[in-house]
Design a protein around this ligand. Structure first.
Ligand code: PEP
Ligand code: MN
Length: 335
């Protein structure tokens, strides 16, 4: 098209200039943009400076909404992320088991749990010391003392410790006792906490939010990755639905979706999702069958006296029976 009218000529020049500006923005020169004050100084009207700035912002937003190669995605990284924790690996084919009590309660309790878990080859012990309880009057956890007990018990058997922290200011004191930081369901969208654990040099086990979508779950992981911590483990733990036969509704299809759409290891918490001991085994089998990199489940030497989640924790004989069955399943179906 040949442009002849002065208006058309001018608009053509503006388009060329905008294109050049866009190229600089794509080269990440966004910081070099004129400030509002500078725009005001060079602007002679009739448009006000705010409108001009808004125009630039609108143009630039087009780019940011197109920037969809998220760090969690397979587009960003094709191969599976394998996370090394002490001598153990997560995400390398052999499913891991993270087991242990809901809460750390006594030295005796965690020692007993660790001994039995270790005797069956479980490499990761869990136990909450900072507990996100629904009621403020319920047991809130033993805090750092609890972590010390858990880590002492784990060390005897060379196990790795998984435990939840609930706020950024707990990180520094908790870190020496924890090998994998758990971010619980209730904190999945605590963005300041996500950013803080993103700056830490330890893997993070991120649980799916109580009512969060898969997209929100992935974006929560993105917060951690974007701060520079590449070691994020996703944990499906059931979501809220109208169904009350189980504590939560295990979204089993989230596992293959997350495996397809992210390169991160994916675990299934069979205890908090179901809240029912009678279906732990089939749920664990289902999780492994759809490609989970491991399972998390609660085991307590004496669940009847547990200070949290008493009904859903396996006792030690139930644990051994569970291991017998799941080992058999793994031998027949997975290897
Ligand atoms: C837990 O694993 O201890 C826990 C509280 O689980 P969730 O955050 O999934 O409810
Ligand atoms: Mn629990």
């Amino acid at each position: 098209m040949t442009v002849t009218l002065p208006m058309q000529k001018l608009e053509e020049e503006i388009i060329q200039l905008i294109s050049e500006r866009g190229k600089l923005i794509l080269e990440n020169q966004e910081d070099a943009k004129l400030t509002m004050d500078q725009i005001e100084k060079v602007n002679n009207g009739p448009y006000d400076a705010a409108s001009i700035q808004q125009l630039f912002t609108q143009l630039d937003e087009r780019f940011s909404s197109k920037k969809d190669t998220y760090l969690y995605s397979r587009d960003y990284k094709r191969e599976d992320t394998v996370i090394q924790v002490k001598k153990h690996k997560i995400g390398q084919g052999e499913p891991v088991k993270i087991m242990g009590p809901c809460s750390v309660e006594t030295e005796e309790q965690v020692r007993q749990a660790a001994a039995d878990l270790a005797s069956r080859g479980v490499k990761f012990i869990r136990g909450g010391a900072f507990k996100p309880r629904t009621s403020p009057y319920d047991f809130q956890g033993l805090g750092i003392n609890g972590l010390r007990m858990l880590s002492d018990a784990a060390r005897i058997h060379d196990m790795a410790v998984v435990s939840e922290i609930m706020s950024a200011d707990q990180i520094e004191t908790a870190l020496p006792y924890i090998d994998i930081i758990q971010v619980g369901s209730r904190n999945m969208q605590n963005f300041e906490l996500l950013k803080a654990v993103g700056r830490v040099n330890k893997p993070v086990l991120l649980k799916r939010g109580l009512s969060s979508t898969i997209k929100e779950f992935k974006m929560a992981a993105e917060y951690i990755l974007a701060e520079g911590n590449p070691n994020v483990i996703l944990c499906e733990r059931g979501i809220r639905t109208y169904e009350d036969a189980t504590r939560n509704t295990l979204d089993i299809s989230a596992v293959p979706i997350l495996k397809q759409e992210t390169h991160l290891p994916v675990l299934v918490d069979i205890t908090h999702s179901t809240g029912r001991k009678d279906i732990l085994l089939p749920t664990a089998k289902a999780a492994l069958a759809v490609g989970a990199d491991g399972i998390m489940t609660e085991v307590h030497p004496n669940p009847a006296v547990a200070l949290s989640d008493a009904k859903q924790q396996m006792d030690l004989s139930e644990f051994h029976a569970f291991m017998d069955a799941i080992e058999k399943f793994e031998q027949h179906h997975l290897l």
